[in-house]
Design a protein around this ligand. Structure first.
Ligand SMILES: [Zn+2]
Length: 129
């Protein structure tokens, strides 16, 4: 399944998913995030990434210099009301609002390797605005 041009009912369902999640907040980058270990790991590690629906991705990310993948995490990554919303179910995100998984999606997106759905228009963007 690809996130390309979601059907209207898919979009509506995705919007409801996002609206029901009060913890979803616009992504803010931590200070010196480009120097963070998460950002380094996000770029240098083996990874598997697949869309679950128009707003969520399943991610497995390993560590640099290994072939092993870490735990699977589900990441919300979507544009809603003009803001990029992000959320991950991992501990790092819970405590720091920043993690390797979200960093990885950002990395892919900035390299035109991820389709991010704009829930307001239904458009799928392949690079950050
Ligand atoms: Zn995470």
């Amino acid at each position: 399944m690809t996130p390309e041009q979601p059907q209207p009912d898919q979009l509506e369902q995705a919007r409801q998913t996002v609206e029901n999640r009060l913890h979803l907040t616009p992504l803010t980058f931590p200070e010196k995030w480009t120097l963070s270990t998460q950002w380094h790991r996000a770029q240098a590690s083996p990874a598997e990434c697949g869309p679950v629906n128009p707003v969520e991705f399943d991610l497995l990310i390993g560590y640099p210099d290994t072939d092993e993948l870490g735990d699977r995490h589900r990441v919300t990554f979507t544009i809603y009301q003009g803001e990029l919303l992000a959320h991950c179910d991992c501990h790092a995100w819970t405590y720091h609002d920043w993690c390797t998984h979200v960093a990885h999606l950002w990395w892919r997106w900035s390299r035109n390797q991820l389709g991010v759905t704009d829930l307001d228009t239904g458009d799928v963007h392949h690079s950050p605005p």
